[in-house]
Design a protein around this ligand. Structure first.
Ligand SMILES: [Ca+2]
Ligand SMILES: [Ca+2]
Ligand SMILES: [Ca+2]
Length: 378
């Protein structure tokens, strides 16, 4: 009698254990389904091959593409406007002399070009074959390098004058709206929503990364600062990650999910002399002054995998990716136009998740069966 009761008790405990295990299995399957509900892509290879090239006078520094037209700032000559509709045969449409132009940004019918010693110049480019100067701004204080545009405002990396914010709503009469100074020699910046990420050289061996809130454009406020080794060259922000390159040490990556407390998560010491970095779709593109363009798989950001290095002379500075073409401002090589060929391997969602869904359903049915049996036994 007691043996019989003991046996029934043991069976019940066993059943409960089985039900418990199936429940855990069911929940795990459900969570796995949630996490891997997209196809996983990994890069097998990326190749760059030259489609075309056009010289720009000696020192191409920045390039932007708008509607099949390349706008190139050349430090030795000025602003070059180039038709790249046929990337194998780029044709210069017009040229405007700008002394020591490092950077250009285009919005609507205007091109905003920096001049190292003369601030900002604004050109009407509504007819790209006949650009003409509308206005400009300088307060003769800093060396003007990188330029960016947002909502009738030009943000200028202005050397020891810091971050300069210029109101360009009247392109014939631009004026300084805000200025954030005393932060070193500002060389580069990146705009993202209400934040301006600024990179400044502090000394020959150190640089400083600042995050400024520019909601009030006339009074930008600093919300974070991080000092690092090496001479800052570029900043790029994507999602919650900030990439910060230096001339001396490749690039560093920061987590900025809490914008007030960015923290470094990885630093990559590439061959050096990194000038420009851009990211997208788990790839990082790096221009290196002496050694061309590199592309890395950054699916796992703490373990970048170098996939390709393109170098054929020149000194790669500015990068601009448009669809499957990479445009490179390649100093003495001018504008370099490179075809991007990507080979990926993909584990498609229907296959991978199908297995998970089927096992989930099977385990759920088993779970129900066990429960019903369990009830009947009781
Ligand atoms: Ca100023
Ligand atoms: Ca070439
Ligand atoms: Ca080249």
């Amino acid at each position: 009698m007691f043996d019989c009761l003991n046996q029934t008790g043991e069976i019940m405990i066993l059943k409960r254990k089985i039900i418990f295990l199936f429940t855990i299995f069911f929940i795990l399957n459900f969570l796995i389904c949630l996490k891997f509900n997209t196809a996983q892509i990994s890069y097998e290879s990326v190749e760059l091959t030259e489609l075309g090239q056009i010289e720009t006078g000696g020192s191409a520094c920045t390039v932007q593409i708008v509607k099949n037209i390349a706008y190139v700032a050349d430090d030795f000559s000025g602003l070059h406007i180039i038709n790249v509709t046929n990337p194998s045969n780029p044709k210069e449409l017009a040229f405007v002399e700008v002394a020591h132009s490092y950077s250009v940004v285009v919005f609507d019918q205007y091109a905003y070009a920096s001049s190292l010693y003369d601030g900002l110049f604004i050109y009407d480019i509504s007819d790209p074959m006949n650009p003409f100067e509308l206005g400009g701004y300088t307060d003769d204080r800093g060396r003007s390098s990188q330029v960016s545009y947002l909502n009738n405002l030009v943000f200028l990396a202005n050397g020891y004058d810091g971050l300069e914010i210029i109101d360009v709503s009247d392109p014939q009469d631009p004026f300084e709206l805000g200025n954030f100074t005393d932060i070193g020699d500002v060389r580069t910046l990146f705009l993202e929503e209400q934040f301006c990420f600024v990179g400044a050289k502090i000394s020959d061996t150190t640089s400083s990364l600042r995050i400024l809130n520019v909601t009030n454009t006339s009074v930008p406020t600093q919300i974070a600062r991080y000092d690092t080794s090496g001479e800052v060259t570029d900043i790029f922000v994507e999602d919650d990650l900030l990439y910060f390159s230096t001339w001396d040490y490749g690039f560093e990556v920061f987590n900025i999910s809490n914008i007030h407390e960015p923290f470094p998560i990885f630093s990559y010491n590439s061959i050096g002399h990194t000038v420009n970095i851009i990211t997208g779709e788990n790839l990082l593109w790096e221009s290196s002054y002496f050694t061309g363009v590199r592309v890395y798989d950054i699916t796992n950001i703490t373990e970048p995998i170098e996939l390709f290095n393109y170098v054929d002379g020149g000194d790669a500075i500015g990068l601009f990716k448009h669809e499957d073409i990479l445009f490179v401002a390649d100093k003495s090589d001018g504008l370099e136009i490179l075809q991007i060929t990507i080979i990926t391997s993909e584990t498609p969602f229907p296959f991978k998740s199908g297995i998970i869904i089927i096992t989930t359903i099977v385990s759920f049915i088993e779970f129900k069966k066990r429960r019903v049996k369990n009830k009947h036994n009781l």
